[in-house]
Design a protein around this ligand. Structure first.
Ligand SMILES: Nc1ncnc2c1ncn2[C@@H]1O[C@H](COP(=O)(O)OP(=O)(O)OP(=O)(O)O)[C@@H](O)[C@H]1O
Length: 193
């Protein structure tokens, strides 16, 4: 059976807004329907993360080599680490009949929107600034300095989305998990059959 390629989904949102959390829930609710396109990064793996599963962890030199070879559809430096997504990684997921999930920053979303991949662009918003800070701290994965940096970046991202809300097809308010997952399920209904 020939099926139409499913549109990749792009989730933007400040650090701590719950992108990974929501994706985890969505993937659990619809097993086998989604797959991350595996990105390259120069950042160190966090506890439990695996090479070739969560990211391809590469040196700065190797990253530069791939970049020079135009293998990335987007690449960005965030908090001193380099991240990149190859177009082939997205197509690989589509070829498996799955919805490719792209967890990229705003620059990445802008670049992807210019390709022929026709992504669904979404922004995950925390219900309040206080809750964003609380969740980010509650995650216990960053130092105080890193948290401050992320909160500063978050301020800029929240301002950006206010000024460019037309760029996104959907804004997901991550208040309670059931509501947010229902919103995502409704948006993706045609691709989840
Ligand atoms: N709806 C929710 N209800 C309760 N807790 C949540 C909810 N969404 C996210 N969290 C919690 O908030 C914290 C931050 O979420 P998460 O790590 O998914 O953020 P993120 O947007 O993926 O951040 P980063 O960009 O840094 O990877 C996590 O500890 C997560 O469990």
């Amino acid at each position: 059976m020939t099926t139409e390629k499913k549109k990749p989904i792009v989730l933007n949102g400040p650090s701590g807004s719950g992108k990974s959390f929501l994706l985890r829930h969505l993937m659990k609710k619809y097993p086998g329907k989604f797959s991350f396109s595996i990105s390259h990064t120069t950042r160190q793996p966090r506890k439990g993360e695996k090479h070739g599963v969560h990211y391809y962890y590469v040196s700065k030199e190797k990253f530069q080599e791939l970049k020079d070879d135009n293998q990335f559809i987007e690449h960005a430096t965030v908090h001193g680490n380099m991240y990149g997504t190859s177009i082939q990684a997205v197509r690989d997921v589509q070829s498996q009949g799955k919805i490719a999930v792209l967890d990229v920053n705003i620059d990445g979303a802008l670049s992807i929107s210019k390709t022929d991949l026709k992504p669904r662009l979404m922004f995950v918003k925390p219900p309040s600034w206080e809750l964003l800070e609380k969740r980010l701290r509650g995650r216990n994965t960053e130092t105080e300095e890193q948290i401050e940096t992320r909160l500063n970046t978050a301020k800029k991202e929240m301002k950006w989305v206010e000024e460019h809300s037309d760029f996104y097809h959907h804004i997901i308010i991550n208040d309670n998990v059931d509501n947010a997952i229902q919103q995502l399920s409704d948006i993706l209904e045609e691709d989840l059959d």
